[in-house]
Design a protein around this ligand. Structure first.
Ligand SMILES: [Zn+2]
Length: 321
């Protein structure tokens, strides 16, 4: 779908769970907000939309699970106070999130190769740190136990630091800590009948809005998997669409940082309306490799310019029902 500009914040349906429902409400303020955590529900029934996810959190059912936002292709609900600790990342809330100094100085590489030495210390680009890695009941592990995106490393005052990690025995993985105590949790709907492309764009808006609000960067968008090893957001991971989501977040963040209050408007029009509608959605796939074109009218400070673009529609993306 094409970029859709509107006041996102006022579209959020705020419906906070009562503070007496302590299965969902921790009633604890987060001390810091480092990350935005993306989940997807794994519930594909057509009824499993954002409203139902919000309603579920209002139930008193003994199930300790809560998240801040539920989002589908049309709606976004907020169920917890935005600065409260939620129970969504499977990494507990009892420890502190600490940046451990490693003794290894920054070498210019922001994504260094992390492993574990044979005597149990983290290594960074082959250099042994002074940070002890978690073990499995005393057994020293190696990086094959890391979650798919691995252990986070920060650079503080020219020195690598490793934020708290732990061994998650449910998933047999060394995971990052801080999903519950330092992140905002989002559940994304994968309900059948929903338009998942619109859900992805909508999710991009929500994540970007949160990044902007907390002054975070793209690097701070996390998967549930990063905090526990759970295969979540499962559908986004399995369909290999995480990179696409990050690109959408990047575009929405760019718009938030550059377009807001600047009196800029966009008008999109399909020039191949038999295949693509004015929202940029393929409505009638021709079943063969095709080219679509569209026009964008941008109005900024009273001046309008018109641009035309083409895009490729791959026959491989077409699946007959
Ligand atoms: Zn999850």
């Amino acid at each position: 779908p094409f970029y859709n500009q509107y006041d996102f914040e006022s579209s959020i349906k705020v419906d906070i769970v009562d503070s007496s429902n302590t299965d969902k409400r921790s009633n604890r303020l987060r001390l810091e907000t480092r990350y935005i955590t993306v989940h997807n529900t794994g519930m594909n029934d057509p009824s499993h939309k954002a409203k139902l996810l919000n309603d579920m959190q209002h139930r008193v059912d003994g199930r300790v699970a809560s998240w801040h936002f539920s989002i589908d292709d049309t709606d976004v609900y907020q169920s917890l106070p935005i600065d409260e600790v939620g129970y969504h990342a499977g990494d507990g809330t009892s420890r502190a999130l600490i940046d451990y100094p490693t003794g290894v100085m920054f070498n210019g590489n922001y994504s260094p190769y992390v492993d574990i030495s044979s005597d149990g210390y983290y290594t960074i680009d082959g250099v042994k740190t002074k940070v002890v890695a978690p073990t499995k009941n005393g057994q020293i592990l190696n990086r094959s136990y890391f979650t798919s995106r691995g252990v986070r490393v920060n650079v503080i005052n020219g020195e690598y630091h490793i934020p708290t990690t732990y061994f998650n025995s449910s998933y047999n993985q060394i995971a990052n800590y801080g999903g519950n105590i330092a992140s905002v949790g989002i559940e994304t709907c994968v309900n059948e009948g929903g338009n998942f492309n619109r859900t992805m764009r909508h999710l991009g808006k929500l994540v970007a809005w949160l990044l902007h609000k907390y002054n975070l960067g793209l690097n701070d968008v996390m998967q549930h998997n990063d905090f526990s090893g759970k295969q979540c957001p499962q559908d986004i991971r399995n369909s290999d669409r995480w990179g696409e989501l990050m690109h959408l977040i990047y575009l929405e963040l760019f718009a938030l940082r550059n377009f807001t209050n600047k009196n800029i408007t966009f008008e999109f029009k399909s020039l191949t309306p038999t295949i693509m509608n004015d929202n940029g959605e393929i409505i009638n796939h021709p079943g063969v490799d095709s080219v679509v074109s569209y026009q964008v009218k941008v109005t900024y400070q009273g001046e309008t310019r018109t641009y035309e673009y083409t895009s490729f529609v791959d026959k491989l993306t077409f699946q007959r029902p």
